[in-house]
Design a protein around this ligand. Sequence first.
Ligand SMILES: NC(=O)C1=CN([C@@H]2O[C@H](COP(=O)(O)OP(=O)(O)OC[C@H]3O[C@@H](n4cnc5c(N)ncnc54)[C@H](OP(=O)(O)O)[C@@H]3O)[C@@H](O)[C@H]2O)C=CC1
Ligand SMILES: C[C@H]1O[C@H](OP(=O)(O)OP(=O)(O)OC[C@H]2O[C@@H](n3cnc4c(=O)[nH]c(N)nc43)[C@H](O)[C@@H]2O)[C@@H](O)[C@@H](O)C1=O
Length: 325
Amino acid sequence: MADTSNGKIPFSSFRADKTAKICVLGHRGLVGSAIVRKLREIGFTNLLLRTHSELDLTRQNDVESFFASEKPRFVILAAAKVGGIHANNTYPADFIAINLQIQTNVIDSSYRHGVQKLLFLGSSCIYPKFAPQPIPEDALLTGPLEPTNEWYAVAKIAGIKMCQAYRIQYGWDAISAMPTNLYGPNDNFHPENSHVLPALMRRFHEAKVNGAKEVVVWGTGSPLREFLHVDDLADAVVFLMESYNELGHVNVGSGKEVTIKELAELVKEVVGFEGQLVWDSSKPDGTPRKLMDSSKLAKLGWTPKVSLKDGLINTYKWYLENVKQ
Ligand SMILES: NC(=O)C1=CN([C@@H]2O[C@H](COP(=O)(O)OP(=O)(O)OC[C@H]3O[C@@H](n4cnc5c(N)ncnc54)[C@H](OP(=O)(O)O)[C@@H]3O)[C@@H](O)[C@H]2O)C=CC1
Ligand SMILES: C[C@H]1O[C@H](OP(=O)(O)OP(=O)(O)OC[C@H]2O[C@@H](n3cnc4c(=O)[nH]c(N)nc43)[C@H](O)[C@@H]2O)[C@@H](O)[C@@H](O)C1=O
C-alpha cells in the first residue's frame, strides 16, 4: 500500500492489529451496523459499542467519562440525527443542535483521550444546491445550501471543519467521508421521517398486501439522486481508515443517478406492486440533482460493487425478514 500521508502525520496501518479497540458510534443504525458487519467480517475482535440509551452522545460529561475510561484506539462516528426531506424540513432545531452536540463531544473527547484516528461521516447535502455536477469536493462552501436540509448541512460542514482544525492545530488524524444517499439493511422505514427509498419500499409493500390500487409518491418525480448500498459504504469506510490521512474530505458515491420516478418504478417492480403511482406535488422536491464526483476515492483505489437493482432486492429481502408485521 502506498504511503498517502501528507508528511505531517505518520501513516500507520488500521488493518494490521485486529485486536485494536475500535469504537463504532451509532452501531444499530443503517451505517453503523454495516460498518460493524464489515469489521467483524475482516476479523476485528475488539469493538467498543454503546446504544443511545447506554450513552447519550449529546451529553458532554458522559462522553468525556466514556473516552477517559475506555480509551479506544480508533473511532468511527456513525451516530447522528438523520432523516429524509420531511424530517429535515420539520425539525430544523433538532437537526442542527443534536448533530453539533454529538460531533463536537465525540471529536473533542477522542482527541483529548488519545484516539489515534477518527472518521467523521458527513453527507452529500453539504454542497450548494446548484453545485456543478458531478460535485467535486472543492465545491464545498461555494454557494447557498438547499433550504430543506440547510440546518443539518451546516452541522455536517462544522464537523468537517472541526476535523480539519484539529489536524492543523494538533496534527491529529481525523478524516471525513461524504456519502451520497444510502440504503440497505437496518434502514429507517418510518412513513414520513425516512428517506425516499425505504419510504417507498414500505408504501409499495403495504399497498401490495392491502390490495391498494394507487401509491402516493412525493414531489414531481424529476429530482435526480445517486444511491449507494450501505455495504459498499462500509467497505469504503474501512478503506479510508486504512489508506487515507489527509486534510480534505472524500466523496463516497456510486457514480450512477436515477430520477425519483425511475427509482419509484424500480422499487415497485422489486416489491411486486401492480397498481398506479400518484404524484403529490405539494411535497418538496428538494435539491434538483446531487451526483457526486467520487474520482478522488477511485484514484485512491476504491470503487463500489453493488448495483441498485441487486441492492434493492437484498434490502427488500431484509425488510420482509425483519420489519414487516
Ligand atoms: N442514511 C443516509 O442516506 C445517509 C447517512 N449519512 C450519514 O451517516 C451517518 C449514519 O446515518 P444512518 O446510519 O443513516 O442513521 P440512523 O438513523 O440509521 O442511525 C443513527 C444512529 O445514531 C444513534 N444516535 C442518534 N442520536 C444519538 C445520541 N444522542 N446518542 C447516541 N446515539 C445516537 C441512533 O440511535 P437511536 O436510533 O437509538 O437514536 C442510531 O443508532 C450519519 O452521520 C449520517 O449523516 C450520510 C449520507 C447519507
Ligand atoms: C441523504 C439526504 O437525504 C435528504 O435529502 P434528499 O435526498 O432530498 O432525501 P429524501 O430521500 O428524503 O428525498 C429524495 C427525493 O425523493 C422524494 N420522495 C418521493 N417520495 C418520498 C417519500 O415517500 N419519502 C421521502 N423522504 N422522499 C420522497 C422527495 O420529495 C425528494 O425529491 C436530506 O435529509 C439530506 O440531509 C441528506 O443528507
